[in-house]
Design a binder for this molecule. Structure first.
Ligand code: ADE
Ligand code: ZN
Length: 340
């Protein structure tokens, strides 16, 4: 993918705010971990796995995504997975990432919460020390499961909360509205955990409103269906509540027909704090920089829009004010060296 603004995009320091670590499990690693752990996969080869990645909707993806995560057993598997993502992130000039993990995907198979957490945590700490990549870790609850299951997961997480920066809500959106998790998110708020939620991906714009009003989230994951509700657009533009948009994901899961029809430009034009993210890069055909390049090319984004997207990502992050200001100044300085 070549685009007029390729050099600018490569040079800008980047932030990833919507990345499911289980969604970075590449077929090669899936095969290797299956071998290492004696897990039988329903695929004969890596090519077979890739060929299966043709999705009709969110659910058809989730079915394969949860099955694929079944090869993750030992602490070192979670470490290897996270470290591979972080090494890849460095090549995309990512300087900060906020990563989801789905503990229930693993505890439901008998893997202890501690095994999952410790493997991921070790890689994140190593990335800070060796790659200079800072991070936040977000425990994401599965919305197709019960609120009770979520409350039990929060109990399992309690000994590790010093290393968990916030909570999220993901999985099958339709029929699982944010309000289903009102008590759980209220408990997380009491614990001082910042909250985010997937909303308005496949589900209606009303789920975005509910995530804000009932779960008191500070960021909406996806949120592309907000454009169906002009009052909500005005509200989020005013509050600058960020949307973590994932263009390649939206096309692969048929939220949008084509990248050319993706609403990112409309979201920016409405004054929303939209950002670009990869969601599940091993499944959707591209990591963060590919999402940036592909989307810029398809939507013919202008230099000012690209710089705005880079700045939005820092604004939307959970970095402290001084770090945000430092990175945003760097974005402006670098952008100034790339004339239109
Ligand atoms: N889990 C992993 N990726 C997801 C997505 N795009 N939507 C909801 N849940 C997810
Ligand atoms: Zn997601």
């Amino acid at each position: 993918m070549t685009t007029r603004h390729q050099a600018l995009i490569a040079a800008l320091p980047k932030v990833e705010l919507h990345l499911h670590i289980e969604g970075s499990l590449e077929p090669e690693m899936m095969f290797e971990l299956a071998r290492r752990n004696g897990v039988t996969l329903p695929y004969a080869s890596v090519d077979d796995i890739r060929a299966a990645y043709r999705f009709e909707n969110l659910q058809s993806f989730l079915d394969l995504y949860y099955a694929g995560a079944g090869v993750l057993i030992e602490e070192r598997d979670f470490y290897d997975l996270t470290w591979a993502y972080l090494r890849r992130a460095q090549t995309d000039n990512i300087v900060h990432c906020e990563i989801f993990f789905d503990p229930q995907t693993h505890t439901g198979r008998g893997i202890p919460f501690a095994t999952v957490y410790r493997g991921i945590r070790r890689a994140l700490d190593q990335a800070k020390a060796e790659l200079g990549i800072s991070s936040k870790l977000i425990l994401s609850f599965l919305r197709h499961l019960s609120e009770e299951d979520g409350l039990q997961t929060l109990e399992a997480a309690r000994p590790f909360l010093a290393g968990i920066d916030g909570v999220g809500l993901d999985s099958s959106e339709r029929g699982n509205p944010p309000a289903k998790f009102a008590r759980l998110f209220a408990e997380c708020k009491t614990l001082g955990l910042p909250r985010v939620a997937h909303a308005g991906e496949e589900g209606p714009a009303d789920y975005i409103r509910e995530a804000l009003d009932v779960l008191d989230v500070c960021r909406i994951d996806h949120g592309v269906r907000i454009l169906e509700d002009s009052e909500l657009v005005a509200r989020l533009a005013r509050s600058r509540t960020p949307l973590t948009v994932c263009p390649y994901s939206n096309v692969r899961l048929k939220v949008c027909d084509t990248l050319e029809q993706h609403p990112l430009r409309e979201l920016l034009a409405a004054g929303l704090c939209a950002t670009i993210n990869s969601d599940d890069p091993a499944y959707f055909g591209g990591y963060l920089q590919e999402n940036w390049l592909g989307t810029t090319h398809a939507l013919k984004l202008e230099r000012t829009e690209i710089v705005q997207l880079a700045i939005n990502a820092f604004e939307a992050s959970w970095l402290d004010a001084a770090d945000k200001a430092m990175h945003i100044a760097a974005c402006r300085r670098i952008a100034a060296t790339f004339p239109d």
